[in-house]
Design a protein around this ligand. Structure first.
Ligand code: HEM
Length: 554
């Protein structure tokens, strides 16, 4: 058979490869393999030199070629907040982390108060929540206060701030809180103590705050804290929806968008949970509209004063009534903002109390003093109209009495310093900028501030920063707040938490009611550690036993 030119070439080429193994062709050029090896080595070395030169000046954890800081991040994932703290201590309060684009991990992390003041107040407009937060949260939070920026946020903030400063809403908060403690929480605890069984305080507090915030937000009691601690579909749907939304924030966007389109896995469950929430909200809104219309036709003088009813009775900046979708967003945002945060804060507080008996004793002394002065002034506590036969004196302290608990206020603030409910927060960076400490932040990346780390900085709190010391908050026995840029547990600047006062009210009411009645002990061997989430949940809950006090503090 005749051979053509191509066959000759192939034969020659394969012959050379087989016998010499030293050369190959790239297009028409003959390249010897040692040349190729040398070229590859040169490229790799050049890349490494370029990489080192580019990243060596950046203050932060080692940036590996291709993977950036992702390997350290993944390695330290279970102790992420402590690792972040170690890095922030090492790099003097601010570091830059570089990661591949698809991970969304490229960020400047800081815990310096002057940087926080700049980001959260001075140059607020440059650091919105941004798309990286609002887009994954949109299905659950819509255009509510928690999930918007700029004008839309401003308008809601204005209306909500007005509502939160009204006496009516405060009275509703006090009333629903007292009935939750007296009628729901204490009976459940009495039952548990009688049966001498352990109870998960984290689950209990989540139930309590859910009921409470729904009463304030919707004027509806979902009954999570009813005897037997039932499963409530709306609460369950809310849990699932929160978890699904958080998952979206840590997986690449393309992944969750595909699974959402296919209705698979967590996205499938999220869609169902959100439709349960939407239906619940739609039913409550329809019913409330009907009720308000009826009251109007009857020329009633008293109207329901939960947040939903208040928003329904006002109009937007153009004088139009709010749409059902907007009302749904307002209320779900408040539930999200106020439920987990307070329950988590209470859980860590009780954990610290089980470890610090001296603090527990001081809180009890303070409660005893308040009750003593109540007795001396002849007060018997205000009767609680929905407290089936009990008086507030037995069930919980009054609003004025709670305000006098300075040591308890300090003990709660101190536990949130060490275990803030929101351990880290992020902002998008709209334009290139420099932070006050000179760190450059690039447009399109993120700025992360670690509230957890701030509470553990010697430079902020002194050498005893890791100790649980409520006394650091007291001047002559009076609680003295710190700058919110140093203690950013409730955020700071224009987006300062709107529910701070309500949260303290709830926490002081629950903590004083429980501590007056029970000595709380951690179940031996129960592991307490945080879970990786946007809020500082305890991974295994807080399992405790309750021991009724022999000399009850009345
Ligand atoms: C211990 C309890 C609480 C803690 C630690 C806490 C903490 C925070 C933090 C850190 C933020 C800022 C979040 C961000 O912008 O990324 C925030 C915002 C907010 N909180 Fe709280 N919160 C608590 C309880 C509550 C309660 C009980 C309510 C409502 C009844 C509430 C309502 C809000 C609202 C509406 C915002 C959004 C403010 C805005 O963006 O303008 N919070 N809270």
């Amino acid at each position: 058979m005749a051979m053509n030119e191509g066959d000759n070439y192939t034969q020659f080429h394969s012959h050379n490869q087989a016998y010499a193994g030293m050369e190959m062709y790239i297009g028409q050029y003959r390249v010897e393999s040692w040349m190729l090896t040398q070229a590859i080595i040169t490229c790799v070395v050049a890349f490494l030199v370029w990489h080192v030169l580019k990243y060596s000046r950046i203050k932060g954890p080692i940036v590996w070629p291709v993977f950036g800081t992702t390997p350290q991040f993944l390695w330290n994932l279970p102790r992420m907040h402590d690792w972040t703290t170690d890095m922030l201590v090492k790099f003097d309060g601010t570091y830059t982390s570089i990661a591949p684009k698809c991970t969304c991990l490229t960020a400047v992390a800081t815990c310096r108060p002057e940087n926080l003041e700049y980001v959260l107040k001075t140059n607020f407009a440059n650091y919105p929540k941004g798309r990286s937060f609002t887009y994954p949260s949109h299905d659950l939070l819509g255009q509510g206060i928690f999930n918007t920026d700029h004008e839309l946020w401003k308008m809601q903030r204005k209306t909500a701030s007005l509502e939160f400063s009204t006496r009516t809403l405060r009275d509703l908060m006090v009333k629903s809180n007292r009935s939750s403690v007296g009628q729901r929480l204490l009976p459940v605890l009495a039952d548990v103590a009688k049966k001498r069984i352990p109870i998960d305080f984290q689950d209990l507090f989540l139930r309590y705050t859910f009921d409470n915030i729904c009463m304030v937000g919707f004027g509806v009691d979902p009954g999570c804290l009813a005897p037997g601690l039932p499963t409530v579909p709306f609460a369950q749907a809310f849990d699932l929806a929160t978890e699904g939304t958080l998952t979206r924030m840590v997986v690449p966007e393309i992944f969750w968008r595909i699974t959402r389109a296919l209705g698979w896995g967590m996205e499938g469950r999220l869609a169902k949970a959100i439709s349960t929430i939407d239906k619940f909200a739609a039913d409550v809104i329809t019913e409330r509209r009907r009720e308000l219309n009826m009251l109007k036709t009857l020329n009633a003088t008293e109207y329901p004063c939960d947040l939903l009813s208040r928003f329904m009775q006002t109009t937007d900046h153009e004088g139009n009534p709010y749409t059902d979708r907007f009302l749904r967003d307002v209320t779900t945002n408040f539930i999200l903002a106020g439920r987990d945060t307070t329950a988590i804060a209470l859980s860590w507080f009780f954990y610290l109390i089980t470890q610090n008996p001296a603090v527990e004793e001081k809180i009890l002394n303070e409660i005893r003093e308040i009750l003593q002065s109540r007795r001396q002034s002849g007060g018997v506590g205000e009767p609680d109209d929905d407290d089936a036969g009990r008086t507030t004196q037995e069930a919980s302290l009054s609003f004025e009495e709670l305000k006098q608990l300075h040591y308890l206020h300090a003990a709660l603030s101190e536990s949130m310093r060490l275990y803030p409910s929101v351990p880290i927060d992020n902002k998008d960076v709209t334009a290139d900028d420099f932070l006050p400490d000179g760190t450059f932040v690039r447009k399109g990346t993120r700025l992360m501030y670690s509230i957890y780390s701030m509470g553990r900085m010697e430079s902020i709190w002194g050498k005893d920063c890791l100790e649980y010391k409520p006394e650091r908050w007291l001047r002559n026995g009076v609680f003295t707040p710190e700058s919110p840029f140093k203690y950013a547990v409730f955020n700071a600047g224009p987006r300062l938490c709107l529910g701070k006062e309500l949260a303290y009210l709830q926490m002081k009411s629950v903590a004083s009611a429980i501590l007056r009645n029970y000595h709380v002990k951690l179940v031996p061997e129960h592991k307490v550690e945080y879970k990786l989430s946007l809020t500082l949940f305890m991974k295994y809950g807080l399992h405790v036993t309750l021991h009724p006090r022999v000399t009850v503090a009345y």
